[in-house]
Design a protein around this ligand. Structure first.
Ligand code: Z5A
Length: 225
């Protein structure tokens, strides 16, 4: 584990929300907008994943390999993946002054393994303290929509069929939505809730406006080195 307190020059933005909320779509759009606005590198990454070791853990988790061991074991594995991701990708990029945009981060552990999975919040707080430490997001965009709409979007996309979490009951997904909204209510200075029911262009515009308002350093006036 590297020094958890490197000088942090860049800004760290995370996207959160339920299945099919449009996170991957909007992460790519925001990265393109910020590159054009600032002329600076933007690192796009995701959790679980983002480093070779974390991608291996991702494959096991999404296949349901840890499900029999319960939410605590899953939270430990998500945290192990996060530690490697932070050490190898996120902290070095922030130290170089780059913007990092991550598709899911520690709020997903709070929502999935905590609120929906039943794991004690104090355990999650302890894990965050040792794993995330001071590398907290500067802004978290929570894409909010009904679980019915999100799951329908994810199903319409096709692919390999529902994974470990997509196949949970609707009530699980309803708890997730409530959990993300609760996180936003407790930390309004870090979090912004975005209505994700609109078309992709409208959601993109809402996100761009929020980022410009909350992180003026990224508002940009065109490329400058
Ligand atoms: N997990 C956890 O339990 N604990 C943790 O600590 C972490 C994660 C970090 C990762 O799965 C799983 O791990 C996740 C939580 C758990 N649960 N699941 N499943 P993932 O990364 O594979 O999946 P995801 O994060 O849930 O993302 P997703 O299902 O791929 O959805 P999305 O990224 O939010 O949406 P999208 O791919 O951009 O869009 C979905 C479809 O809707 C697609 O066809 C789009 O073209 C379409 N779309 C997008 N926006 C719109 C709008 N605005 N209108 C209409 N259609 C749209």
């Amino acid at each position: 584990m590297q020094d958890p307190k490197p000088p942090k020059g860049g800004l760290f933005i995370t996207f959160e929300g339920g299945e099919g909320a449009g996170k991957s779509t909007q992460v790519a759009r925001l990265a393109a907008t910020l590159r054009a606005r600032t002329g600076r590198p933007v690192v796009v990454t995701r959790e679980p994943g983002g480093s070779a070791y974390a991608e291996e853990i991702r494959a096991a988790l999404l296949a349901g390999a840890a499900k029999p061991y319960g939410p605590f074991a899953e939270a430990l594995l998500f945290s192990a993946a996060r530690l490697d991701h932070l050490d190898r990708l996120i902290r070095p990029a922030l130290a170089r002054g780059e913007t990092v945009i991550c598709d899911r981060f520690s709020d997903s552990t709070r929502a999935y393994q905590g609120a929906a999975g039943g794991l004690d919040p104090s355990v999650l707080t302890a894990l965050e303290r040792v794993v995330v430490g001071p590398t907290r997001p500067d802004l978290t965009l929570i894409l909010d929509l009904s679980p019915e709409t999100g799951l329908a979007r994810a199903a319409a996309r096709g692919g390999e069929g529902p994974d470990r979490f997509e196949s949970e009951a609707l009530s699980f997904h309803a708890r997730l939505r409530a959990a993300f909204l609760t996180i936003a209510a407790y930390e309004p200075e870090r979090c912004a809730v975005i209505d994700a029911t609109a078309d992709p262009d409208t959601v993109e515009a809402a996100i761009a406006a929020t980022v410009a308002a909350r992180l003026p350093a990224l508002a940009g006036e065109g490329a400058h080195g």
